[in-house]
Design a protein. Structure first.
Length: 162
């Protein structure tokens, strides 16, 4: 039997891409506000200040991009997009495939930055080799059935610091 990997619907992908998200099957990635500022040497996020994490090398992503079952009243995410509330192991990417796709999307999001004269070229080069992963972009990451394996995989990468 052929595996069928779940994907975010095309109409939602179009809206996410307008908002400068990268989408890979059921996962999403974004260059956060602080990453963009750091690449231009304008500012860093609290993770740099308190924990020494290089802001420009942080990947903010979710393995369950637009999937959540919580419906929290204070959530700013569009609940009408959150249709899928269960991810079974046979319909999701394994951790390595997921991260290969996410990092490819991140490189695509960074691809326009070399032409910006305000961007620190050394930081941009470093941004292509992440050292920190924030699994918190959108959706509910704990729905991803391989979350423990994903974290172990990320920690096994040679450049990962946190």
């Amino acid at each position: 039997m052929e595996r069928r990997i779940i994907e975010i619907p095309d109409r939602i992908i179009r809206q996410l891409k307008k908002a400068h998200y990268g989408v890979y099957h059921h996962s999403t990635v974004e260059l956060c506000h602080w990453t963009k500022k750091s690449l231009k040497n304008e500012s860093d996020c609290y993770k740099k200040v308190f924990y020494g994490i290089d802001t420009h090398r942080c990947v903010e992503f979710s393995p369950a991009g637009m999937m959540c079952h919580m419906k929290c009243i204070f959530c700013w995410r569009p609940m009408e997009f959150m249709k899928k509330i269960h991810l079974s192991p046979d319909e999701v990417d394994d951790p390595k495939s997921l991260m290969d796709g996410i990092l490819k999307e991140r490189r695509r999001l960074l691809s326009g930055y070399p032409g910006n004269p305000k961007v620190d070229k050394e930081k941009l080069k470093e941004a292509l080799e992440p050292t920190h992963y924030a699994i918190s972009l959108s959706g509910e990451p704990t729905l991803y059935p391989y979350l423990p394996e994903l974290i172990k995989y990320l920690r096994s990468l040679p450049k990962t610091r946190s």
